[in-house]
Write a protein of this length. Structure first.
Length: 385
């Protein structure tokens, strides 16, 4: 762990020297794939303009997140409980920060559970009940609303920082909503197209108001899946809107690592998404209380301990499979990358910016992203002239 932190520090210095004049701020919008700790602020009543209370809306979920925070998880790198998020690592490469916006100086607007847009219930396609988040607290801002909040903030006055690096990661919760609430493939796809178009329009508006450097994440999910349909819809809508953006093929990123686990420091078991129970290969173990419906995304309440919880339900939390599990597993749970996975994703994003991985060739199998690796198999920049 210390070696990797040293290497990361060297990488930050290297990248900062290579692109010191490129970005002066890091700003992100989206869901739990980018969230660097919204809940830790929200549990203390910090909402940054979101309707209060701005917690999950579930007493039990708030409790298990609070339990994890009390045991050293969830504060840095939430919703992945232990370690840094990809947003924090990527920002750090340029000597910038990615604190949640509900903390002092924060510029990361992402909130776990966010949908693309709070679709009006009477929309021309299937609506989602006018919610912006899949957590019970539907008043939390959607990804589109996060962008609106950024542009309308007093410090921005309707203008985006042209020298900032922006990253957008959203859509996974819209796919979940479609699967759980909409019948029929045609209706599901219509909803996802609507949501993707809404997000694309918001990103176009961000660019029209000054944003110049925008990374947009696709979703993991192969051909024929709703995730792949969403990603293609989003990228097509962005291109049609004339947005200059860097498309991050997260699905290919995942496939590359899962197909070559040993190369990246994982095994056939620890490279795959987690499952509920002690048989998981993910970094965090979650055994929910009997009857609980909280059976996914448990990295959000993963404590920095290998000791399972005991006692009454108010002591529940997820815990580490082993002391170094966040470094030896690719996933923290069934949805979120581990600390090692977050670092790999940050290196992937860095390569898309045209900056070779600062630790390429360093001889660390879990972290090598040389020019012939991830940079070679996916580097796509969308431009409209």
């Amino acid at each position: 762990m210390k070696l990797k932190l040293v290497v990361l520090a060297l990488g930050i210095v290297w990248a900062s020297q290579a692109a010191a004049d490129t970005f002066n701020q890091f700003i992100s919008f989206g869901d739990s794939t980018l969230d660097s700790g919204w809940w830790s602020g929200a549990l203390q009543g910090q909402c940054d303009g979101a309707p209060s209370p701005c917690t999950t809306g579930s007493t039990f979920k708030n409790t298990v997140i609070g339990n994890a925070i009390a045991l050293g998880g969830g504060v840095v790198g939430a919703p992945v409980g232990v370690g840094l998020m990809n947003t924090q690592v990527l920002a750090g490469f340029f000597n910038l920060s990615a604190l949640p916006v509900n903390q002092s100086g924060g510029t990361n607007y992402a909130i776990a559970g966010a949908t693309d847009a709070a679709t009006p219930a009477n929309a021309s396609t299937v609506g989602n009940g006018n919610i912006g988040n899949l957590n019970p607290n539907g008043t939390l801002p959607s990804t589109v609303q996060q962008m609106t909040n950024y542009l309308s903030s007093p410090q921005q006055g309707g203008k985006a920082n042209s020298q900032a690096l922006y990253i957008v990661g959203s859509g996974g919760n819209d796919v979940t909503y479609a699967v759980d609430n909409i019948s029929g493939l045609t209706a599901k796809q219509a909803y996802l197209s609507y949501q993707a178009s809404a997000l694309a329009s918001a990103i176009a508006n961000l660019q029209a108001n000054g944003a110049q450097h925008i990374i947009v994440n696709g979703l993991p999910g192969g051909p024929g899946t709703l995730a792949a349909y969403y990603t293609s819809s989003l990228f097509a809508a962005l291109t049609a809107a004339g947005v200059n953006y860097i498309a991050a093929d997260v699905n290919s990123f995942v496939q590359q690592i899962e197909a070559n686990p040993l190369k990246y420091g994982f095994t056939a078991q620890t490279v795959m998404p987690g499952i509920v129970g002690t048989g998981t290969g993910s970094a965090c173990v979650w055994t929910p209380p009997s009857g609980s419906t909280l059976v996914t995304g448990w990295g959000q309440w993963c404590a920095d301990t290998t000791t399972p919880p005991s006692g009454s339900s108010n002591t529940f939390y997820a815990y580490l499979r082993s002391a170094n599990a966040e470094q030896t597993s690719f996933w923290s749970d069934d949805q979120h990358f581990s600390a090692a996975g977050q670092m790999l994703e940050a290196e992937f994003d860095l390569s898309l910016l045209g900056v070779p991985g600062p630790i390429a060739g360093a001889g660390l199998p879990g972290l090598i992203l040389a020019s012939g690796g991830l940079l070679g198999w996916w580097r796509r920049r969308q431009k409209t002239v």
